[in-house]
Ligand binder design. Sequence first.
Ligand SMILES: [Zn+2]
Length: 189
Amino acid sequence: MALPLAHAAVALGMTRSRDPLIWLCLSLVAILPDFDFALVWGLGLPIGIYHRTFSHSLLFGASMALLWMAIRPIRLRAISPVLIFFVVVSHSLVDMLSTADALDHGVVFFWPFSDYRMGWPILVPLYLWFGPSPFSVVGALQFTLLEVLLAAPLWLLTRSARNGLMACIQSFGGAEKSETLAPKSETGA
Ligand SMILES: [Zn+2]
């Protein structure tokens, strides 16, 4: 499983802002889907049924983007609803890469239209090599160390993908559309 650092690294790769408040906000949004642990740990609901379901879906990402459109504070206006969507969805994609057993712990990405749990456990061997589980003090330290090592490449990968996407949009649709992910106020920061 991925810890907050990996999710935050991907989220920060999507912005060109250097504003610490924007970084903090995007990092929190990146781990937002895991609030479903509150249901599991707080209410004692089965983890296999309630974790990585509705809060890890495309629909949840779209809902958060709409919510952000309604409540976006002036101070954080540089964060577009589209960026919120991509950050929330990126959480699910990173989870898919680090899920040990796709069928048991994969992501229900198309909830509520499908119950199928998706996962491509590319990063799992690395996690297993570092430790069996993050749910202990030693395990959490081991996993955090791994994610420190993973954060830079994940950030770089996301940044490269973002720049490639921007270049495509610019070549096909003009400069104004390319600002969808990065409004002028953000790029100028
Ligand atoms: Zn998650």
